[in-house]
Design a protein around this ligand. Structure first.
Ligand code: HT7
Ligand code: ZN
Length: 855
């Protein structure tokens, strides 16, 4: 497949200021008539090229005249029309079959609905059009459909007309006054019910809000609606951004390749990010709903009003919008816990990506298939870049920078460089060196060595940075790394100034004065930079920080590092220092000043995957054994405390207050340690929690705890869960996922069997992710020495590729991590990648991912 390069960007040869779309909707045969006003852009005599994917024109007219066969041709799906004037009206008619669209890109059918997904290049599967984000058009959309099957007809913008056609069909017309790229186009037709509400904007305009779902799901939409209203108010308060249409609609669909989509005025969501009630949603699910609703809403400015010039600029909208949604969620709940969760996600997804064959810069230089670039690097590392700029600028100057960015580029298709320039000018920052963060892939490693001279009462911090080579980038330049730092006085427990040190050279020293006693280094506080810091902190220093650091992230980090060091020691065969970990955990769970949610985070052992990331060669069995053993020791040593916490945190009745959520989180952690301790009644306590819980957070945690073991309660709980939720797809996903994540010796057989279960289907991306995606993230299970886990995932990729290449391609990266494993495992992983690549008719999505993974 062709490689698309950032350096090849050229402005569009033709613009399309206006488009009228006329849909005669039908699942088997939808007719799409598109009328485009096209304008030559600049002085050239090139033809009009309209992208198409799988389309055949039924008719083409230019300025009202039907074109003959020799007046147009198709080039690799693209419709090429030589036009002599500078402005024309071009009309095309095509037919498509939404019900046969299993890729879920373009117009497709899901659970009786017809809906669209156009980002990144789905619009070309609906009609011929210059499918690139820098062509902005005003849309008028007319939909005709059978009224009983599709009583609701929605599109972008505002409804302007509707009526009956007298033959069982009806129609609706929607117009969107804001010019937009075609990736933001959307329509939905179906039998939907609406949770309707209103929002009054800061300038006093009334906006009609609608969340559209199946009638039976209406009671599960309240949280999403509240999140939407909170997001609208937050964007006004924090960024001064007001909503701009009279209507804002959200539709939930069951079959969706991603989380959600920010189509102008008509967001389309994976139903898992809309529907929530205590019976079926965990606290994590509730937070997911809130975060994704906010994310898509925030795109109205960071993405829609200011869009991307080309797909290499994807992080312009995604990184910035993730940063915005992270801060929103922090404001709605706990800043400390949100930051810990976000860093955990970054490390688990993005650090691994940055350290493997698919590593790429936040602004990539090339791609084959753009869908493969909706990555943790674009999203999460991109958000960290914005966070670093915000830190360097401070709140007021950062806001001045974003104001300038929005005002200057409103209505435009912009670049990452435009954002950086707006920050330089608006926030008064010098970002010349900082730009390297957009160009260089790889996670910087920073070595921090602190020395103390009692004679002069000074301390010297020496920092060294090194950025590892990544594909196509063997040599790296030093980056500008802002590191929030403080030195603790071990005698007094206090620290000096909390300051941002700018590391800009390969090696740099910083002098601290008036440091009387041996200082303890607290660095990268708040995770101020997305880097790996190596310090020479001793275990007692880490224990001190775990107990005293006033920066919650740094405190959590010290605890994690304490645990990592002990676990790595155990993996290497020397289980020393475990008592210090036990005491640190005891300190956290008995400290009444600490928030329960924070405590639950702090006492959680680093994941098996994170431990693997700390090793030269990942040894999944040794990691599992060491972690299991330490868990058992912590469980047993503090058993009475875990029992007490578990009993004490049993909530009277369900609430979503931060205190109630924190109590549930800590209760689940206590249950986990209690069962891990080996206490004879552990499984029974877990089963009781499973049976008696009035909420999914406790029920699923108990199920997950039981799923790891071999107790008789395990099978009973799984059966009960299945029977209770078999008819609810989102909750049934949890049944699959909990088993796929389980740390159970028979996991490969279990997942293989679940793959043959009557409720497993490759047609639904959520179900595939719940079983196969989760299993591939289960380090101990996926990497079982037999290699059967690899074959299982590869089989799924090959089968799914024929149905839904995008979702199939997302399963490839775990196999691409072969360099991190021993020779035998690496050979088996490579063998599966080769087998995938040898599959006839492979999509370019999977080909790109598997090909790059083998290199
Ligand atoms: N901007 C949206 C991206 C998206 C997407 C990308 C590829 C294939 C399917 C997709 N559905 C949605 C999601 C977001 O970041 O808000
Ligand atoms: Zn987004």
């Amino acid at each position: 497949p062709a490689v698309i390069r950032r350096s090849d960007y050229r402005p569009p040869a033709w613009l399309v200021p206006d488009i009228e779309l006329d849909f005669a909707l039908d699942p088997a045969r939808t007719q799409v008539r598109a009328t485009l006003t096209v304008e030559r852009n600049g002085a050239h005599d090139g033809p009009l090229r309209l992208d198409g994917d799988g389309l055949v024109p039924v008719a083409i007219r230019v300025d009202g005249k039907v074109l003959k066969q020799d007046q147009w041709h198709l080039e690799d799906g693209t419709l090429v029309l030589p036009l002599c004037g500078d402005r024309h009206e071009v009309e095309t008619l095509v037919e498509i079959a939404p019900q046969d669209n299993s890729k879920l890109m373009g117009l497709y059918a899901s659970g009786g609905l017809l809906c669209t997904q156009c980002e990144a290049e789905g619009f070309r599967r609906i009609t011929f059009f210059p499918d690139r984000p820098d062509v902005l058009s005003r849309y008028r959309v007319r939909m005709v459909a059978d009224k009983s099957a599709y009583p609701i007809l929605l599109a972008n913008g505002d409804p302007v007309e509707s009526g009956d056609l007298g033959d069982g069909r009806h129609y609706a017309v929607w117009t969107d006054p804001y010019p937009k790229p075609c990736y933001l186009f959307a329509l939905v037709a179906g039998d939907l019910a609406c949770n309707a509400d209103r929002f009054v904007t800061m300038s006093g305009r009334q906006v009609r809000l609608g969340i559209w779902v199946k009638e039976a799901d209406i009671p599960r939409t309240a949280h999403a609606m509240q999140a939407l209203k909170n997001s609208m108010a937050w964007d006004e308060r924090v960024y001064g951004r007001e909503y701009d249409l009279d209507v804002f609609n959200i539709v939930a669909v069951d079959d969706f390749n991603f989380g959600a989509m920010e189509n102008k005025g008509l967001n389309i969501f994976n139903s898992r990010y809309i529907l929530a009630d205590p019976e079926t949603a965990t606290d994590l699910d509730y937070d997911g709903v809130e975060g994704v609703v906010a994310h898509e809403y925030f795109h109205n400015w960071s993405g829609n009003r200011v869009t991307c010039r080309d797909w290499f600029q994807l992080s312009l909208k995604e990184g910035f919008t993730v940063f915005r949604d992270q801060n929103f969620s922090a404001d709605m709940g706990s800043h400390a816990v949100k930051r810990i969760e976000d860093v955990r996600i970054l490390r688990a997804g993005q650090f691994q990506e940055d350290n493997g064959p698919l590593a790429h810069p936040v602004r990539p230089e090339s791609y084959m298939e753009i869908s493969n670039f909706y990555t943790a690097t674009i999203y999460n590392k991109g958000a960290e870049l914005i966070r670093m700029m915000a830190l360097m600028a401070g709140p007021e100057r950062f806001r001045a920078g974003t104001d300038l960015y929005f005002d200057r580029h409103d209505g435009e298709a912009a670049t990452c460089e435009d954002f950086v320039v707006a920050m330089e000018e608006g926030a008064d920052l010098d970002l010349r060196q900082f730009r390297l963060w957009y160009e260089q892939a790889g996670t910087p490693r920073v070595k921090a060595l602190l020395s103390h001279d009692p004679a002069t009462a000074t301390a010297t911090l020496t920092l060294e940075q090194q950025i590892p080579p990544t594909p196509g980038q063997p040599d790296k330049k030093p980056m500008a790394i802002p590191l929030r730092t403080a030195l603790f006085d071990s005698a007094t427990g206090a620290h000096g100034r909390d300051e941002v040190l700018m590391l800009t050279e390969a090696r740099q020293s910083f002098l601290f004065e008036n440091v009387a006693h041996g200082p303890i280094l607290s660095i990268n506080r708040g995770f101020s930079a997305p880097v790996i810091v190596e310090t020479n902190l001793s275990q007692p220093d880490l224990a001190f920080l775990a107990a005293h650091d006033d920066d919650p992230f740094a405190r959590y980090e010290a605890m994690q590092q304490l645990m990592v060091n002990v676990l790595i020691g155990r993996i290497a065969g020397s289980p020393v220092g475990e008592d210090a970990v036990i005491e640190a955990v005891r300190g956290a769970i008995t400290n009444p000043a600490l928030d329960a949610a924070f405590v639950a985070e702090a006492v959680r052992l680093p994941s098996e995957a994170y431990l693997g990331d700390q090793m030269e060669r990942v040894d999944p069995d040794a990691i599992h054994a060491a972690r299991d053993a330490l868990q058992q020791r912590i469980g047993a040593a503090l058993e009475p405390l875990w029992r007490d916490i578990h009993a004490r945190t049993g909530a009277a009745s369900f609430s979503l207050s931060p205190a109630a959520k924190g109590a549930r989180k800590l209760r689940n952690a206590a249950l986990h340690y209690l069962v891990a301790s080996g206490a004879a009644d552990g499984p029974a306590i877990a089963f009781a929690q499973f049976s008696e819980a009035d909420n999914m957070t406790e029920r699923q945690a108990a199920l997950a705890t039981l799923a790891n073991g071999g107790s008789e309660e395990r099978e009973a709980a799984l059966d009960i869960f299945y029977n209770r939720y078999a008819s609810d797809p989102l909750t049934l996903d949890k049944w699959f996922q909990t088993q796929a994540f389980a740390l159970h010796p028979a996991i490969v057989d279990q997942v293989a069997e679940l793959g043959r279960h009557k409720d497993f289907t490759l047609a639904n991306p959520n179900r595939v992710r719940a079983l196969i995606g989760a299993f591939a993230a289960n380090q101990w299970g996926f990497h079982q020495a037999s290699g059967r886990g690899y074959a299982l995932v590869a089989d799924c990729i090959v089968a799914l590729d024929r149905i839904n290449p995008q979702t199939a391609a997302r399963l490839v990266p775990p196999l691409g991590r072969w360099r991190r494993f021993d020779g035998a495992r690496a050979a088996m992983m490579r063998e599966q990648l080769q087998r995938i690549l040898a599959t006839p008719g492979l999509s370019k999505d999977v080909m790109e991912q598997a090909g790059k993974s083998l290199d």
